[in-house]
Design a protein around this ligand. Sequence first.
Ligand SMILES: [Fe+2]
Length: 104
Amino acid sequence: MGFDQYHEPANELSEETRTFARMMASLGEEAEAINWYEQRISIEKNKDAKAIMQNAQKEEFKHFGMDLEFLLRQKPLWREILQGILFKNGDIVEHGEDAEESAD
Ligand SMILES: [Fe+2]
């Protein structure tokens, strides 16, 4: 069992910060799983195996989303910035710059 999610001594971190760290680690793991499935799916020739991997990747999308939503509930500033970026058409960089600038 690794404790790599802590960058500072765990006993000096609050319970909330330790939970935040665990959820950040989970978010990264879900992103990694999505990436691994993406690569496997892209090269898999067996139709049934590919369908199973696609189903599994779909579940990882859900896990990633739930982790992210949990984290955003802990960090209102992060939520505010992402609200200016996500689910919008147009220039991503421009939305990002505008969201960062207007967030407080
Ligand atoms: Fe997952």
